[in-house]
Write a protein that binds this ligand. Structure first.
Ligand SMILES: NC(=O)c1ccc[n+]([C@@H]2O[C@H](COP(=O)([O-])OP(=O)(O)OC[C@H]3O[C@@H](n4cnc5c(N)ncnc54)[C@H](O)[C@@H]3O)[C@@H](O)[C@H]2O)c1
Length: 363
C-alpha cells in the first residue's frame, strides 16, 4: 500500500448517522486534522438532525449520490448497520476513499476477504475501529500487567451482564437489523458487543490457539433470541487462558449514559490482581481500575473512564494516522479478521459440543 499522509486537514464523510454517530463524531468535533464535508443517510430526519453539527457539510441520501456529486472525499467514517458492512465498505473503498469501519468487520471469512481485497485493489487504508483499546482504564490495566505489578499472568476473566433497563434510547430501527443478524447466527451479545471482548483479549495477550464455547439462547418471542447465557474460554499461544461469561439479567437496572451492560475485566497474576470494574454502565461505583497486591488495594480515581472518550480517542488516532502516518492502526483489516476468526471459532466449538477449535482453521 502506497499511503501518503495528507499535508492538510482530511476531507471526511460520515456514512450512517444513527445512534453511534453521537459518540464517533466526538473525534471530529474541534479537530484541526479533519474537515467534515459530507453526511450520508437515507433518513431525512437523521440528515437534518446531524446537519446542525456540520452546517457546511453537504448531505446525501446514499453513497451513490455522494459519489456522483464529485465532492472531494479522502476518508469515510462508516457507521452502517452490520448486515450492510461488507458490501458497504467495498463500495466506499471502490470510490477511492480510506475507510474507518465500525466493528464487527462482517459476518464471515469470505466476506472479510472480499473487503480486504477491495482495500488492496484500490490502494486504500482500511481500519476497523476498536474503541475499547482506547478506554483509559483498560489501557492502564494493560500497563499494570505489563509492568509486572501483579506478578506473572496466571489467567483472566471477562464478565458481561446484558440488561435492557436504563441507559439511552435505542431506536427500533436498530433492533430490526439486529434481528437479521440473529437470523444469521450472529447474536448481539457474542458477535456484536462480544467483538470488543475478543479484541481486548488479542490486544492484551496476543494470538489465540484454541477456543471452547457453550452458547445458549434466551427467547423473548418474535425472533428476539438473545445469545445468552454463554461461556467462552480460550488459550493464547503464550499459554495464558481467558474465560468470558455472558449472562442476561433483563430487569436489572443500570445507570448509564449509553448502553446498560455491566462489564468487568480481571487479570489474575501470581501475586495479585487488576480489575476494571465497569465500562459502558456505572455498575460498580468503585474506582474504574483496582489493583490488589501484597494485602493492599490501589484504586485509580482519576482515569478518564467515560466510555465516550474511547470513541473520541480512537477516532482521533485514525485522523492523526491519516495526517502523519503514525500507527499502528488499532485495528488493521487483517487484525479485524483475527477477531472475526476468534468469534467464528467460538461458534464452531459450540456447534461441535464445546470441543477446542483453532481460530486459524475456521473457514
Ligand atoms: N463501537 C461500539 O461500541 C459500538 C456501539 C454501538 C454500535 N456500534 C456499531 O455501529 C454501527 C451502527 O450502529 P448504530 O447503533 O448507530 O445503528 P443505527 O441503526 O442507530 O444507525 C445506522 C444508521 O445507518 C443508516 N443507514 C442505513 N442504510 C444506509 C445506507 N445504505 N447508507 C447510509 N446510511 C444508511 C440508518 O438510516 C441509520 O441512521 C454498527 O456496526 C454497530 O455494530 C458500535
Amino acid at each position: 500500500m502506497t499511503f501518503v499522509p495528507y499535508d492538510r486537514p482530511v476531507r471526511a464523510a460520515f456514512v450512517g448517522l444513527g445512534r453511534i454517530y453521537d459518540l464517533n463524531m466526538r473525534a471530529y468535533a474541534g479537530n484541526p486534522d479533519v474537515e467534515v464535508v459530507a453526511l450520508v443517510d437515507p433518513s431525512p430526519e437523521r440528515r437534518e438532525q446531524r446537519q446542525s453539527d456540520w452546517p457546511d457539510a453537504a448531505a446525501f441520501p446514499s453513497v451513490a449520490k455522494l459519489a456522483a456529486s464529485e465532492l472531494d472525499i479522502d476518508a469515510v467514517e462508516c457507521l452502517l448497520p452490520i448486515p450492510l458492512h461488507a458490501d458497504g465498505i467495498v463500495e466506499l473503498l471502490d470510490n477511492g476513499w480510506h475507510v474507518n469501519a465500525q466493528k464487527p468487520l462482517c459476518n464471515d471469512v469470505e466476506a472479510a476477504q472480499r473487503v480486504l481485497d477491495a482495500a488492496k485493489a484500490n490502494d486504500r487504508v482500511l481500519r476497523v475501529m476498536e474503541n475499547y483499546l482506547f478506554y483509559h482504564p483498560l489501557r492502564q490495566l494493560k500497563a499494570v500487567v505489563e509492568a509486572g505489578d501483579i506478578g506473572n499472568v496466571a489467567g483472566y476473566h471477562v464478565k458481561m451482564v446484558g440488561s435492557g433497563n436504563g441507559g439511552w434510547d435505542v431506536p427500533w430501527s436498530s433492533f430490526e437489523w439486529q434481528l437479521k443478524q440473529i437470523e444469521l447466527g450472529r447474536g448481539i451479545m457474542v458477535f456484536d458487543d462480544g467483538w470488543h471482548k475478543l479484541s481486548t483479549a488479542l490486544w492484551l495477550f496476543g494470538p489465540v490457539r484454541e477456543v471452547r464455547a457453550w452458547i445458549g439462547t434466551t427467547s423473548f418471542g418474535s425472533g428476539i433470541d438473545i445469545d445468552a447465557p454463554a461461556m467462552i474460554s480460550w488459550e493464547h499461544e503464550n499459554g495464558v487462558r481467558g474465560v468470558w461469561d455472558i449472562t442476561l439479567a433483563p430487569d436489572l437496572y443500570m445507570r448509564s449514559d449509553y448502553y446498560t451492560n455491566d462489564e468487568r475485566w480481571e487479570v489474575t497474576g501470581t501475586k495479585g490482581y487488576a480489575r476494571v470494574n465497569r465500562i459502558m454502565a456505572r455498575g460498580i461505583q468503585q474506582p474504574s481500575l483496582e489493583v490488589y497486591c501484597d494485602g493492599e488495594m490501589r484504586g485509580y480515581h482519576a482515569l478518564d473512564d467515560d466510555w465516550a472518550s474511547s470513541f473520541r480517542d480512537s477516532g482521533r488516532h485514525w485522523l492523526r494516522y491519516l495526517r502523519t502516518g503514525e500507527g499502528p492502526l488499532m485495528w488493521s483489516g487483517e487484525q479485524a479478521v483475527d477477531v472475526l476468526r476468534f468469534a467464528l471459532a467460538a461458534y464452531a466449538s459450540n456447534a461441535a459440543g464445546g470441543i477446542g477449535v483453532d481460530p486459524c482453521q475456521v473457514i
